[in-house]
Design a protein around this ligand. Sequence first.
Ligand code: E4P
Length: 218
Amino acid sequence: MKFFIDTANLDQIREAQSLGVLDGVTTNPSLMAKEGIAGKKNILNHYLEICKIVDGDVSAEVISTDFEGMVKEGEELAALHPQIVVKVPIIKDGIKAIKYFSSKGIRTNCTLVFSVGQALLAAKAGATYVSPFIGRLDDNSTDGVELIGQIVDMYNYYEFDTQVLAASIRHTMHIIKCMEMGADVATCPLSAILGLLKHPLTDIGLQQFLNDYNKLNK
Ligand code: E4P
């Protein structure tokens, strides 16, 4: 299972990268705005900064909602750096754009996915990744993790190459549940990744080992 960090914050990306287990980054226009990144030049430079920090894929989202606009933006983003994956919403023109990008060898992340039918279309269009938003489904009284399982099963059954990228992860247990469902990737806030480290028996055990060592080695 690959770990992506779901942020545009460079300090958090550096911290996650320093752990040595980071496989990539996802961003979206809201995450970029949260960091105060505005204006085309600044946005493109920010993606380049992120690519300098990590070795893996960096999702950069298009703002256009029409085919021509998405193609223009996506080609520009893809040309920026080989690590860039063009993030495209699951709307009618988005599917057309994913199909176009796929035919040109440009990798895509199909975003804002909330149903298995949308995931089917994304895979048929040739998306590299599909991003089901599990936290937002949970917020709306629907089991987001269950959707991950449905998509994984459907992709396995039909042998699609599209990777299931569990998105909108809110906490550590979401990561565990997505792992159990067989998600290929989880894109997570740093806090959820660090949460995987936590166990009280680890803290108690370590303290005991250090106390016992110090008794004889002071
Ligand atoms: C990442 O690809 C998604 O844009 C992100 O995970 C959405 O997360 P949110 O629902 O917490 O905004």
